[in-house]
Write a protein of this length. Structure first.
Length: 323
């Protein structure tokens, strides 16, 4: 009996072997992706932290994006969740649903993008699944991290009197999406990169562990995610929009807007920034500001409000919501 045609495209198992087995980096718990499960060796003195996030073409990123950029976004939005927990990522599992618009070469390019991201952040692939779908491409990941026992930073630790801080500029993710879709000029491509390849704030892991009572990444929007912290903590939050840090892109866009109030609300509710919003005692303010964080409000014993120069605003949901 003749064997498989070496010139024919690889089937599912061939694609797994070619595209994804190298991403295991020889981790024995991945079993060369030949098994139906993986094993994570327990490490004494650490807690295992897990997060799962999915991206769908046409929902979380525009259709037709370069596969390498899709891979980077998939990787980084998941790592951002671990960054907000104060966890150190080390591995991931994935499920990929290939659409008809994703032929072999796009799949190969996506795998190459994953390899690049895994190399940058030092992760190994432990397993997953690949399927076909008549619908849009979808990637779902379960990312694993470690932190000291009991040290995970939850959403629910804020207390009235705590400061509300954010780790970096707000609004660039939303502006970046406008650049990607052609709605906003972006001569250098810098804004588009902010959307396509956000930077998970893993660099702040130590200071967050030391100072943050509660934290979340800014994926839905600063307004919405600050409210999420307050709701989980059983208190309110007063967010001062004029204190929201802006990049030069954000400042220029705000300066060119005829409606300052609407523009500030848009920047603070657009989402996709993947900075971290957090609660901390006032005693930690100096340390956090030295690390690049900005105070943007305070947690209160009462209802949440969004303010601009002391005036309360009606901002609606304040961020992204799935139907």
């Amino acid at each position: 009996m003749s064997g498989p045609d070496p010139m024919s495209p690889p089937d599912e198992f061939g694609q797994i072997a070619e595209f994804f087995r190298p991403l295991t980096r020889g981790d024995p718990g991945a079993f060369d992706l030949l098994d139906d499960a993986a094993v994570v060796t327990a490490r004494t003195g650490t807690d295992l932290v897990m997060t799962q996030d999915a991206i769908v073409e046409g929902v979380h990123f525009p259709a037709g994006e370069a596969p390498e950029d899709v891979a980077a976004r998939f990787f980084r939005v998941n790592l951002s969740d671990l960054a907000a927990k104060g966890a150190e990522p080390f591995a991931w599992l994935q499920t990929l649903a290939w659409s008809p618009e994703w032929p072999l070469e796009r799949r190969r390019a996506f795998a190459g993008g994953l390899a690049r991201e895994a190399g940058i952040f030092g992760l190994t692939l432990l397993g997953g699944d690949t399927v076909s779908t008549p619908g849009p491409f979808m990637a779902s990941g379960t990312f694993l991290g470690r932190c000291p026992p009991g040290g995970v930073i939850r959403r629910s630790g804020a207390r009235p009197g705590d400061l509300l801080l954010v780790t970096g500029p707000i609004g660039d993710g939303w502006l970046g999406l406008q650049a990607v879709t052609g709605a906003l000029k972006d001569p250098t491509g810098g804004l588009a990169r902010k959307f396509r390849r956000p930077e998970p704030r893993l660099d702040l892991r130590a200071v967050l562990r030391a100072c943050a009572r509660a934290a979340a990444d800014v994926s839905d929007g600063l307004i919405a995610d600050a409210r999420h912290l307050a709701t989980a903590s059983g208190c309110g939050v007063h967010l001062a929009l004029e204190q929201s840090p802006l990049s030069e892109w954000g400042k220029d866009w705000l300066a060119g807007s005829p409606d300052e109030v609407g523009a500030r609300i848009a920047l603070a509710s657009g989402g996709d920034d993947y900075e971290i919003v957090l609660a901390a005692e006032p005693a930690h303010r100096e340390v956090l500001e030295a690390a690049g964080c900005s105070v943007v409000g305070v947690f209160v014993d009462g209802p949440s409000e969004v303010l601009l120069n002391g005036r309360a605003l009606d901002v609606g949901p304040g961020g992204w919501r799935h139907a």
